[in-house]
Design a binder for this molecule. Structure first.
Ligand code: WT7
Length: 683
């Protein structure tokens, strides 16, 4: 595919022009208190000790039964970790902490309205509430292996529902609350859920949003796809009060606070789950329309997030840890809920947007709760920096020991602001590169062991054999100054077990590119293709450049261009559409839409608005296009393929290159003029 190769080449060109950044060293005070300071781990986790080395991770968990096989490779690339072992994720996150930490805060929930007090949920209280919710799920006839879709925002009832599922071995599928009813329906249908858990309303940017309406749309749309939702469980933001315009549907919808009354004080035994039983599904956008349900295991996943939370996040039970991500994404699953709770941490759940009512909010919350580990995305950092670059200086009691950035590449300039102004030169920073598929961090510095380098994630973690390959599969050596595809040569415990219901697509997406022999049972023949371009410096640090496929990373959220294009095509006036990423100061990249209209239809601002609306309602507001260009035709090759590369260059103010071989080269000039005019108007 010509288009793809061209994108990769341009990424590489960028890389060559980059200078090396200076190192920053972790402060002695940090090292003195760190969980993990032992550099010999890299020897213990060298290839000759693989896979047995990962016992060290699994030993951080409580097992009902020990495993007999550390890694089963009999059916590549469907790896099985800790086979024969039995455990329960909820037990590991809740029950096992009661003896020593019953009274300790598990979660602190911070509502968005600043005049509404935060609430503290101790481990004891979490235990009680999770048990009662598990009893509710059981009373509905749900059992081990069933799927439940949870479409909920950042409230503590979300992890309570997840943990209640985990207690019973029910596979949860959490859908980001910002997603539309339609997007939720796609995930309900794909996972085959009969139960949807939702909430009436939640706060976002100062408004109490009606969320239950999306449940009605989701159930309706799922039904049209042939998937019947039997029960909709509705939590209430304020128990006893209902804040939605959507009526409760008789026989289908029930308030969770009503159901819970019948189960007060209930205790439900955690089910002893096989290590390789799925714990949850997390959907991620791909290059084609349909989202992929990444299936994560109980034993391998829990072992991986527990160890990485301990060694990389440096979470101690006495820390106050705040990850500003949303639980509706993998970051929240691994590093708000499962990892931190497994370590008996105090994990902060903030309902709203970081800049509400102003950009000082994160610093006020951190002062008030004594947050000392802070975890967020480059987009949030850029937003806070732009809104009030000196803001953090007004909050002398914000004292972080540790900060994380995740989800997109961070510019060295922005990194330095985070380090100096937010961290006050005292906090270590980890830039953690990973994906929904990988369960947990893959490349990052270990904060008490490695120096930091702005803009680079860092070396691969112990037991992760990462490398950069060119398109032919040749290794690009560290320090070569050339970009390629970042690849993990081996399986690791946190890796996805596959795509729900679609094993073929799993192999195609992640393994087909570099697999050496489809019949091989040797893991060495199955390098994992992550879909990111990267350069590896001479010191082994990886600098991630971005996606090589048709995926747009908006503010750390992965969106498929094809998905957005299909949404655009639902507008009846549209004949053809192409969506491309445009670099954005705050969000990293944002989608731009190019659409041609059906014969006889004139472009108009109304049609542009219809397209924006379609994207927002079918996918989410996060996918909102920055611009919609209604063009006479899209640039195409002689065989009729839309040249997204040409459009992407134009959107980003770059030279579209040689277009003379196109079927319609004259159109490029017209589009170019149109876009230039719009860019002028933006200024
Ligand atoms: C994609 C994964 C990681 C969990 C949250 C997003 C990009 C992720 C970094 C980083 C540069 C990064 C990659 C990756 N990405 N972390 N530290 N530096 N890029 O999970 O939605 O599955 O997205 O996010 O492109 O493939 P996701």
């Amino acid at each position: 595919m010509v288009e793809k190769e061209r994108t990769e080449v341009s990424e590489a060109e960028v890389a060559v022009h980059w200078g090396e950044e200076e190192y920053y060293y972790p402060p002695m005070e940090f090292i003195a208190q760190a969980n993990f300071t032992d550099p010999t781990i890299f020897d213990r986790f060298s290839e000759e000790h693989f896979p047995e080395c990962f016992k060290e991770f699994a030993d951080m968990l409580d097992w009902y039964q020990y495993w007999h096989t550390t890694l089963d490779t009999s059916n590549p690339p469907f790896w099985k970790w800790f086979v024969g072992g039995k455990l329960n994720a909820c037990y590991n996150c809740v029950d096992r902490h009661l003896e020593a930490n019953r009274n300790k805060a598990a979660f602190i929930f911070v509502p968005e309205p600043e005049d509404e007090d935060h609430s503290v949920i101790t481990y004891q209280e979490l235990y009680v509430r999770v048990n009662e919710m598990a009893a509710v799920l059981q009373s509905l006839g749900l059992k081990t292996g069933d799927r439940v879709t949870i479409h909920m925002p950042m409230v503590v009832e979300l992890p309570i529902t997840m943990l209640a599922c985990a207690r019973l071995g029910i596979i949860h599928s959490v859908v980001f609350a910002g997603f539309s009813g339609q997007a939720c329906a796609d995930r309900i249908e794909d996972s085959g859920s009969h139960i949807l858990v939702t909430i009436d309303a939640y706060y976002r940017s100062g408004k109490l949003l009606d969320h239950k309406v999306k449940a009605d749309q989701a159930v309706q749309a799922a039904k049209e796809m042939g998937q019947e939702v039997e029960k909709v469980l509705v939590w209430r933001r304020y128990p006893g009060e209902y804040h939605s315009e959507a009526p409760m549907v008789e026989g289908r919808d029930v308030f969770v606070d009503d159901l819970l009354k019948a189960h007060r004080g209930a205790r439900v035994e955690p089910v002893h789950m096989p290590a390789e039983a799925p714990l949850f599904l997390m959907y991620t956008s791909g290059t084609t329309g349909r989202p992929k349900g990444q299936q994560h295991s109980t034993g391998g996943y829990m072992a991986y997030v527990t160890w990485t939370s301990w060694a990389v996040q440096d979470i101690h039970p006495e820390d106050v840890y705040w990850c500003m991500a949303d639980i509706g994404w993998i970051t929240g699953h691994s590093y708000i809920v499962y990892g931190p709770l497994s370590l008996a941490a105090t994990s902060v759940i903030y309902e709203g947007v970081p800049t509400y009512p102003d950009a000082g909010r994160p610093w006020r919350i951190s002062e008030q709760l004594g947050v000392n580990i802070f975890h967020t995305s480059p987009t949030a950092i850029r937003m806070l920096r732009k809104a009030d670059p000196d803001g953090p200086k007004n909050y002398p009691n914000v004292q972080f020991k540790h900060m994380t950035t995740v989800g997109e590449p961070i510019e060295p300039e922005v990194w330095r602001w985070y380090y100096h102004t937010v961290g006050k030169d005292k906090a270590v920073i980890v830039d953690t590169w990973w994906q929904t598929e990988t369960g947990g961090f893959l490349c990052t510095t270990i904060p008490a062991i490695h120096a930091m380098k702005p803009g680079s994630a860092g070396p691969a973690l112990p037991g992760i054999y990462a490398t950069v390959l060119d398109d032919e599969g040749n290794e690009i050596p560290p320090g070569a100054g050339r970009a390629g595809n970042i690849v993990i040569r081996n399986p690791w415990p946190g890796i996805t077990q596959g795509i729900w219901g679609n094993p073929e697509r799993f192999i195609q997406t992640y393994y087909a590119k570099y697999n050496r022999d489809p019949n091989s049972k040797d893991w060495r023949d199955w390098p994992y293709f992550a879909g990111d371009a990267a350069v590896q410096a001479a010191d082994g640090y990886f600098r991630i450049l971005g996606r090589v496929d048709d995926v747009i990373n908006v503010a750390g959220h992965r969106l498929g261009t094809k998905e957005i294009e299909s949404a655009v095509l639902t507008v009846e006036e549209v004949a053809e559409a192409a969506v491309v990423p445009r670099a954005d100061e705050l969000k990293g990249t944002v989608p731009e839409v190019y659409a041609s209209l059906k014969p006889g239809i004139e472009p108009s601002p109304e049609i542009e608005q219809k397209i924006v609306k379609a994207v927002e309602t079918i996918i989410s507001k996060i996918a909102r296009p920055k611009n919609v260009y209604l063009v006479p035709d899209l640039p195409k090759t002689r065989s009729g393929k839309i040249m997204r590369r040409v459009l992407a260059a134009i959107s980003n103010g770059k030279d579209p290159g040689d277009v003379t071989t196109l079927a319609n080269p004259e159109i490029v000039k017209q589009i170019h003029e149109m876009v230039k005019a719009r860019h002028q108007a933006e200024k």
